[in-house]
Design a protein around this ligand. Structure first.
Ligand SMILES: [Fe+2]
Length: 241
C-alpha cells in the first residue's frame, strides 16, 4: 500500500494543486489529510472540494474547528483571528458540512493520524519537544503516527525508550522502532523552505518520504491581497516562515 499523506493546506489552492499533481507520478493507493484545510488562504471552499474528492479520510485541525466555533480562538494571534473571521464569512454550506464531519484522529492497521498530539488531541498541542513526543509515543499502538500542525516537517524516532530526531526527512522503518512523522504543510510551510510539502508512506518498502514541490506562490499571494486578508499572510509564503 502506498499512502499519500498531507496536512495544513490553509486555503492555498495553488499549493494543493501542485501537490496533487506531484502525487500523480507516485502511484498512491490512498490519500489522507491531517487537517487545517482552511484558514489563512483565499480558497477555503475550493481546497475543501479538492480534498473531499481525493481523500479516504480527513481529520480536524484547529483552524477547521475554529471556523465551526468549536474552539476558543483567544489564543490565536491577531492575523490568524482575522483570517478565521474572513473564512467564516466566505465558507460555503457544503464547506461547513465537510468541516463538521471531521474527527480528531483516525487509525487503521498501518498507521495513526492526528493533527497535533495523541494526548488531548482536542487541545491541538504543538509537538515540538521530546516531552510531547514521549507522550504521543506512549499512546501509539501502531508503528507510525502521522501529524501536522507545526508546519515543520520532521521525523522523530523511538527506540528502547530513547527518542531522537532523524536528520533527514526520509526514513526506512525498522521493526524495533516507532516513528512520529510530521508531514509539514502544503499551504504555509514554516521551515524556511517555501515549497509545498507532502508525504508518501510505502508499507511494502517500509519507507516514509517527505517531499517538496514548487508552486505558483505569486498567484496565491495575489489572491490573499485581493481577498483583503492580512498582507503578512502573503509575505510569509515567499519565505516559508
Ligand atoms: Fe496549521
Amino acid at each position: 500500500m502506498r499512502y499519500g499523506i498531507f496536512s495544513d493546506i490553509h486555503g492555498n489552492l495553488e499549493a494543493l494543486t501542485a501537490v496533487l499533481e506531484a502525487y500523480q507520478s507516485e502511484r498512491i493507493d490512498t490519500y489522507f489529510c491531517l487537517g487545517d484545510v482552511v484558514g489563512y488562504g483565499a480558497n477555503p471552499n475550493e481546497c475543501i472540494q479538492c480534498v473531499d474528492q481525493i481523500v479516504s479520510k480527513c481529520i480536524a485541525g484547529n483552524h477547521d474547528w475554529a471556523v465551526l466555533e468549536k474552539i476558543d480562538i483567544t489564543y490565536f494571534n491577531l492575523v490568524a483571528k482575522q483570517a478565521i473571521v474572513w473564512t467564516k464569512r466566505h465558507i460555503s454550506e457544503a464547506g461547513l458540512r465537510f468541516l463538521k464531519n471531521l474527527t480528531l484522529s483516525f487509525k487503521n492497521n498501518d498507521l495513526i493520524l492526528v493533527h497535533g498530539t495523541l494526548h488531548n488531541p482536542e487541545e491541538f498541542i504543538y509537538l515540538f519537544d521530546g516531552m510531547q513526543a514521549a507522550q504521543t509515543f506512549t499512546l501509539m499502538d501502531r508503528q507510525v503516527c502521522f501529524l501536522g500542525h507545526t508546519h515543520v516537517p520532521q521525523i522523530i524516532i523511538q527506540k528502547d525508550q530513547h527518542i531522537f530526531y532523524s536528520p533527514t526527512t526520509d526514513v526506512r522503518l525498522e521493526d524495533d522502532q516507532k516513528y512520529i512523522i510530521n508531514v509539514g504543510s502544503v499551504g504555509q510551510p514554516r521551515d524556511g523552505n517555501p515549497g509545498a510539502t507532502y508525504c508518501i508512506y510505502d508499507t511494502e518498502l517500509k519507507t516514509v518520504l517527505i517531499k517538496r514541490t514548487p508552486y505558483n506562490i505569486e498567484e496565491a499571494q495575489q489572491k490573499i491581497i485581493t481577498a483583503g486578508l492580512h498582507p503578512f499572510l502573503a509575505h510569509r509564503l515567499m519565505i516559508g516562515e
